[in-house]
Design a protein around this ligand. Structure first.
Ligand code: G6P
Ligand code: MG
Length: 206
């Protein structure tokens, strides 16, 4: 019996991966190399600084920590410009009706995301009010596949891990949910999300 539902943000509630991609690609192009959509797959579910490390690895470039912080900042400013234009129309199919259904059945709803922009995005999508707990990149110190983000979310809902179900689109996120002792619904392709208890293509399927 599910008492709490914990959602990843990027790729589950909204497709922000395309904006992350545009922002990282623009940074790469300034640094003089190409960054493809296939490369971008490696950044899904990965923190901002780790994403930058992967990007620089692809470009075979090295920088000091201070330079890297400045680059990550620059990428984020561009990303925030994109997401400040988000609105409800960009909610992925089925999200609002599924959240409403959970809410009406008294199920706790939490966000478990690595993004430091999570609250801003929930506001833009006009769904912040539906969440009983928001655990984002500002609250968490260990990145997925570490279970920390989901364990804090279940605590904030006042529930045991085993009472919660995680919704995830990234391999590292599925692993984090399983490591937390939760059931995991993978959103995406079974080839990538094999560790999940079931895999669906989106919340509209539920
Ligand atoms: C999510 C996304 C990643 C992103 C990370 C940090 O996990 O899937 O692509 O890098 O959040 O997001 P932020 O908004 O803090 O840069
Ligand atoms: Mg995701």
């Amino acid at each position: 019996q599910m008492k709490g539902a914990i959602f990843d943000l990027d790729g589950v509630i909204v497709d922000t991966a395309k904006y992350h991609y545009l922002a990282w690609r623009s940074l790469a192009s300034e640094l003089g190399f190409d960054f493809t959509e296939a490369d971008n797959e490696r950044l899904k579910g990965v923190s901002r600084m780790r994403s930058l490390d992967i990007l620089l690895e692809i470009g075979r470039l090295e920088f000091t920590d201070a330079e890297k912080l400045a680059m990550a900042d620059k990428k984020n400013r561009l990303y925030v410009e994109y997401i400040s234009r988000l609105d409800e129309a960009e909610l992925l199919p089925g999200v609002r009706s599924y959240l409403n259904r959970l809410h009406d059945s008294g199920i706790g709803i939490a966000l478990g995301s690595a993004s430091k922009n999570a609250l801003f995005i929930l506001d833009k999508l006009n769904i912040a009010g539906l969440f009983d707990a928001v655990v984002d990149g500002n609250k968490v110190s260990r990145a997925k596949p570490d279970p920390e983000v989901f364990l804090i979310a279940s605590q904030e809902l006042g529930l045991q891990p085993g009472e919660c179900v995680v919704f995830e689109d990234a391999e590292a996120g599925v692993a984090a949910g399983k490591a937390a002792g939760m059931r995991v619904i993978g959103i995406g392709r079974p080839e990538v999300l094999g560790e999940a208890d079931i895999v669906i293509s989106g919340l509209h399927e539920l």
